[in-house]
Design a protein around this ligand. Structure first.
Ligand code: BGC
Length: 557
């Protein structure tokens, strides 16, 4: 393995940035972001150092689920732009060295989609079997409502159709029937259509639900994972570089099946979000005890070299804590979102990090240092780089989807439209654009923006992090998360103090047989290591250090 290999499997040390075109930049003063606006900010994104943009859905949609209810998979929402605008944006991003992946939401359609309208109208419709119908909700069917604030059942009786249909999400999002080969063909066609327009892959929405079939469908599709393998190989043939980054919020053990076939043969998803690691990170922060995070990362199943974990500390949904026990969840709620309006569905938080951490800049920086040093590929959610807060006055998950804050003006530099026309109101007070914005931070070397930008640069310059093998270092202080990532004959060692107390810890590096030195990555500094591998580090409260270990006489990569 050589440094030049890092450009082959580009996703192994990419930095992803998720944004919604609708809330990024408004170029035509209608209060909504659009592709022309986004194109104006491509240089900003390239300068930040992110290497791949993930666009949330931008397709025509009635907007019941903020665009995750799609009524045409082969179009751009006219409010956001045209195909021309889309293709120009992709070309611009590529020109600046960034790839673009897009949300692929094919577990369901909007109920306004012409397929569903036709399906419900008649049992003879060619689209009837594109959805999942039943005369009575089957007792052995799927269980568990995703949005318990609005739904009580996964089945909705449709008067026009005279039957119930399955919907994993809102009732206005009927599930597609992947047991039907025509549906599978259509999904492949959608993927290849967008790949032909230049995208470098997809963030695949709700993968376990997408490939879920009813027990009665087993004869039609004995192994639904075969479908994922089929999509993967189609993409490989058409574009080679395209990734499938799956949303698979299951246990680590269950996630394993979504990377590769049990025999280890055909690949499925290229990457998966590490929801377990993310939840453990919050528990570890709440307890100021690194052990939950150490356990979670160590517990990741082994993956092949082409596969990768996507790490994150915030995304566009509620920050789900669903895999914690009730008691653990309560601990996180108490620490980071004690009020009912800060919580959602009883399982998650609808806050951004700076508000959860009460604006404690040292602690906020520690979290991003931790994120960027974890084994995997980091995914940022727009606005994290400047420490944007949320607007709890907004409904549900929309609290964290407020417009990007570019300047201190009332329109936040996002739009010149009348404030009443803005797609979603900004947070007020300490988190308003006046107080938190790109313009104030971009040229300030001490800002969060500058810090995150630097972390991104260092992450990119340390392929050990994206490519390496994780192991935890035993720390005498439970609050210190100490780990190393080994790649080839090099390692990056990262230390994070989850507590507000300053600590001094002596740690041991296995495999060191003679005196050597560790070089600080984030700042100048050298730490000696004795012949037994022991070294001592001081960390401020919520302090962090990245240290590099490399063979004597070699230069850093
Ligand atoms: C997305 C959500 C969306 C849901 C339905 C997900 O898991 O992340 O934002 O509401 O799928 O498409």
């Amino acid at each position: 393995m050589r440094i030049t290999d890092t450009s082959d499997l580009w996703w192994k040390n990419a930095v992803l940035y998720c944004l919604d075109v609708e809330t990024f930049l408004d170029s035509d003063a209608d209060g909504q972001g659009d592709f022309q606006g986004l194109s104006q900010r491509v240089d900003y994104l390239a300068d930040l150092g992110v290497t791949c943009l993930w666009l949330m859905p931008f397709y025509p949609s009635p907007g019941v689920d903020d665009g995750y209810d799609i009524s045409d998979f082969y179009a751009v929402d006219p409010d956001l732009g045209t195909f021309g605008d889309f293709v120009e944006f992709i070309r611009m991003a590529r020109d600046r060295g960034m790839r673009v992946i897009i949300d692929l939401v094919v577990n369901h359609t909007s109920d306004q989609h012409p397929w569903f309208q036709s399906a419900r109208a008649s049992r003879d419709s060619p689209y009837r079997d594109w959805y999942v119908w039943a005369d009575e909700p089957p007792a052995d069917g799927p269980q568990g409502v995703t949005f318990p604030d609005k739904e009580v059942s996964l089945w909705q009786y449709d008067e026009v159709a005279g039957q119930y249909y399955l919907h994993r999400f809102y009732r206005s999002q009927p599930d597609l029937n992947v047991a039907n080969p025509k549906v599978r063909d259509e999904i492949a066609k959608i993927i290849l259509f967008w790949a032909a327009l230049g995208v470098s892959g997809f963030r695949v929405d709700a993968v376990p639900f997408l490939i879920e079939t009813l027990p009665s469908d087993k004869s039609q599709i004995p192994d639904p994972h075969e479908f994922l393998r089929h999509l993967r190989s189609l993409l490989n043939r058409r574009t080679g570089e395209a990734i499938l980054l799956g949303e698979v919020n299951l246990t680590h053990e269950d996630q394993r099946k979504f990377f590769a076939s049990p025999e280890g043969g055909g690949q499925e998803l290229t990457m998966q979000f590490d929801f377990i690691g993310m939840q453990a990170l919050y528990l570890a922060m709440a307890r100021q005890d690194a052990s939950p995070l150490i356990r979670a990362i160590a517990d990741r199943p082994p993956i092949s070299v082409e596969n990768q974990w996507a790490t994150f500390v915030r995304n566009h949904d509620e920050l789900t804590l669903d895999k914690l026990t009730l008691g653990e969840r309560e601990e996180v709620f108490r620490a980071f979102g004690p009020k009912p309006e800060m919580q959602l569905y009883g399982r998650g938080l609808r806050r951004r990090i700076p508000t959860m951490l009460k604006g404690d800049m040292q602690r906020i920086r520690m979290v991003y240092s931790l994120l960027l040093s974890l084994p995997g590929t980091p995914v940022l959610f727009y606005g994290e780089e400047i420490g944007m807060g949320e607007n709890l006055a907004e409904d549900g998950r929309l609290a964290v989807r407020t417009p990007m804050q570019w300047t201190p003006e009332p329109g936040g530099g996002f739009t010149t439209a009348d404030p009443a026309a803005i797609v979603r109101p900004f947070p007020k007070g300490a988190w308003s654009p006046k107080r938190v914005n790109v313009a104030d931070q971009r040229d300030d070397p001490d800002s969060l923006y500058s810090f995150v930008r630097q972390l991104i640069r260092f992450y990119r310059e340390c392929p050990e992090l994206g490519w390496g093998t994780f192991s935890a270092l035993e720390s005498p202080d439970a609050a210190v998360f100490a780990h190393r990532s080994d790649w080839e004959d090099r390692s990056v060692i990262a230390l994070h103090n989850l507590s507000p107390r300053a600590v001094t810890v002596t740690l041991t590096l296995d495999g060191v047989t003679k005196r050597t030195k560790l070089h600080d990555v984030l700042r100048p500094g050298i730490t000696p290591v004795d012949a037994k591998g022991a070294f001592t580090i001081e960390l401020d409260g919520y302090g962090y250090r990245w240290l590099r270990h490399q063979p004597d006489g070699t230069l850093p990569i």
